[in-house]
Ligand binder design. Structure first.
Ligand code: ADP
Ligand code: ADP
Ligand code: SF4
Length: 608
């Protein structure tokens, strides 16, 4: 018996009619006659006592020998089993366990009035589970999943801790909760009506009018919700949540589909509610520059996604992010990742030379009379380079991609080429009922080759979701499939619009590596539009900067080196970055601070 180990069975993957119970046949305790791995029906008899089918397996954590054995993990053809030795530092019971051989959560974030608390960690680590508990949508069972949990027992456990006061108020129904869901894409399935109607129902603080202006959603007030773009939905959802009169606001990712200016506005609104109204804000966020700007303190979440998650005590935001990037948590004495995530201190790639992919002249394109118009400064794009593209939404980025593809004709400027473009849209919609593997193998003959597995499937973590239906995927999973689909096509130019949306920090880094490596190894050229400045920093060789007035006129700069591109872009936004001394990661300067003023004087907005 291994006290500190847990067995987790993914019931969506366990398919006993297709495997002959290899796990149980080879399990050493089973072979000596013990009932370590048996069927759920054999273990419990009564089907009301378990989730899953009667023939699926149950593993006894009492009898299991632990991770060092792990034979069943190897034997299961569907990767349904995980046996994990919990870190010995973790000498406490879980806060919640979803069931036998199911996910367990350790630790809870502590909401605090007048404070923006950040929560940083991978997807699938229990962040939403923690919030379900704090929002009184579920009473945590303290790991005793076969008993009916009560708030009294939870309170007993947390008496004398920072959570006691909050839990007492929660138990007495004194905490009003407002929450913004992670996947704003699903709002149109739940609400049928116009933006104005949705917001009117939420205006408990009488502030909707002000929020509508500050988030620039006035133009879509009369539009049906199901016609809004991802960025518009995100801002409407934010306004709807912040307009509520709540004690505890929970915001699950505020940045997807927003451009940098909108991200900074969203961050300011969240801060104001904490600072001026003394509310308690909890924000899950993977855009580290925004998290850094937004939060007063930070809980880091670590563990094994899908198996167990631990939420640490709060840390300072700077230390929390640094420790997370370093892969080692100081107070917890815990390595959470083998490698460090590093940023290069100075503009690394000064210039690119090589074989030009295209030389293009100055171009203009307008839609209709007095509608949107775009002017493009001519330039050269090289083979094997990754060109970062930055600028607000609605400024003509997709229009330029269509000009390169020849699906739109410019009004002025001769294009004597036509590129095959593989395009990943910003907003990935999936309505095909098809398995991931079927979908990807229909795109490329390379599917399943060792090269494809190494370059695409592995860094994008596709192995575990190959057999799932596209329609069942989470936002982050769908994003990874869409990036893989784009890179698997045969094309001259790969255009990826916001590949970071809904990916956690590690997935962003891995997706970045996949895109860069693909460009280098295939003489392929990638244009990556993204609003996460860390992702652009890690990814791009050069930058193309768009500016202008969204939906009216846009201007695209010629591709330029990173330093001048960042200066161009950030000067327009009036934001400067400094470097964290310890990790070299970029941090947004406080407006009008000494450094901010000095860097602006020197014209060095990013690589100062
Ligand atoms: P995060 O918010 O960090 O992405 P979640 O809290 O949503 O993570 O989920 C953590 C884990 O808990 C996931 O692996 C998920 O499969 C599992 N889980 C979530 N809800 C349930 C449930 N009702 N029953 C069993 N497992 C669940
Ligand atoms: P971005 O990719 O930067 O978000 P787009 O190139 O998609 O911007 O769009 C720029 C502007 O042009 C937007 O205001 C958009 O509504 C408008 N636009 C795009 N396509 C058309 C079209 N076919 N007809 C009229 N206006 C369009
Ligand atoms: Fe049996 Fe545990 Fe070994 Fe799996 S890891 S085969 S359940 S002893």
């Amino acid at each position: 018996m291994a006290d500190d180990s847990i067995a987790v069975v993914d019931l969506d993957r366990c398919q006993p009619d297709r495997c002959n119970y290899e796990c149980a046949n080879f399990c050493p305790p089973n072979r000596t006659g013990e009932e370590c791995i048996v069927t759920l029906e054999e273990r419990h008899g009564d089907p009301d006592l378990y989730e899953g089918g009667p023939d699926q397996i149950s593993i006894s954590e009492e009898l299991c020998l632990g991770e060092t054995c792990g034979i069943c993990v190897e034997k299961c053809p569907f990767d349904a089993i995980e046996i994990i030795n919990l870190p010995s530092e973790l000498n406490e019971d879980p806060v919640h366990r979803y069931g036998e051989n199911a996910f367990s959560l350790y630790g809870l974030p502590v909401p605090e009035s007048g404070t923006v608390t950040g929560l940083l960690g991978p997807n699938g680590i229990g962040k939403s589970t923690a919030v379900h508990a704090l929002a009184d949508e579920m009473v945590p069972n303290l790991g005793r999943y076969d008993e009916a949990p009560t708030w009294e027992t939870v309170l007993d456990r947390y008496r004398g801790t920072a959570l006691q006061n909050y839990l007492e108020r929660l138990m007495n129904d004194e905490v009003r909760v407002a929450r913004k869901p992670q996947y704003v894409d699903r709002i149109p399935d739940q609400f049928d009506g116009k933006t104005r109607e949705l917001l009117a129902g939420t205006d408990e603080r009488g502030v909707v009018d002000d929020l509508v202006d500050r988030l620039s959603i006035r133009p879509v007030m009369g539009q049906p919700i199901d016609t809004l773009s991802g960025g518009e939905l995100q801002r409407v959802a934010l306004a709807a949540t912040l307009a509520r009169d709540a004690d505890f606001y929970f915001l699950d990712e505020i940045t997807p589909y927003l451009d940098i200016g909108q991200r900074v506005t969203a961050a300011r609104l969240v801060r104001e509610l904490a600072d001026e109204e003394d509310r308690s804000m909890l924000v899950v966020e993977h855009d580290l520059a925004v998290l850094d700007l937004l939060a007063d303190r930070l809980h880091v979440a670590y563990g094994e996604p899908g198996a167990y998650g631990v939420i640490t005590d709060p840390k300072s935001v700077r230390n929390g992010i640094n420790e997370y990037l370093r892969g080692y948590l100081d107070n917890e004495n815990m390595r959470i990742r083998p490698d460090e995530i590093t940023f290069e201190e100075h503009a690394p790639r000064e210039s690119v030379t090589g074989t030009p992919l295209i030389d293009y002249p100055d171009l203009t394109k307008s839609y209709g009379e007095g509608e949107f118009s775009l002017s493009v400064e001519g330039g050269t794009i090289y083979q094997s380079e990754v060109l970062g593209v930055v600028g607000p939404n609605g400024i003509g980025k997709s229009t330029l991609a269509k000009l390169f593809a020849g699906s739109l004709e410019p009004d002025e400027g001769d294009m004597d080429f036509r590129l095959d473009i593989a395009y990943k849209p910003q907003y990935v919609e999936v309505d095909q009922p098809m398995r991931v593997d079927t979908f990807l193998s229909s795109i490329t003959d390379d599917f399943g080759t060792s090269f494809w597995n190494t370059e695409i499937a592995k860094p994008l973590q596709l192995e575990r979701i190959m057999e799932q239906q596209l329609t069942d995927l989470s936002g982050g999973e769908r994003q990874r499939v869409a990036i893989a689909a784009c890179l698997s096509k045969d094309a001259d130019l790969y255009v990826l619009d916001e590949p970071s949306a809904h990916l956690d920090v590690e997935q962003r880094v891995q997706a970045t590596t996949a895109i860069r490596r693909y460009a280098e190894n295939h003489d392929a050229t990638a244009m990556v539009i993204d609003h996460d400045i860390y992702m652009i920093d890690l990814l791009a060789d050069r930058l193309m900067v768009f500016d202008g007035e969204p939906a009216k006129r846009g201007h695209a700069s010629t591709p330029q080196d990173m330093r001048s591109g960042m200066n161009d872009f950030l000067a327009d936004l009036d934001i400067t970055f400094r470097r964290d001394e310890r990790t070299g990661r970029p941090r947004i300067n406080k407006p009008d601070s000494q450094l901010d003023r000095k860097q602006k004087r020197q014209g060095e907005y990013y690589y100062a």
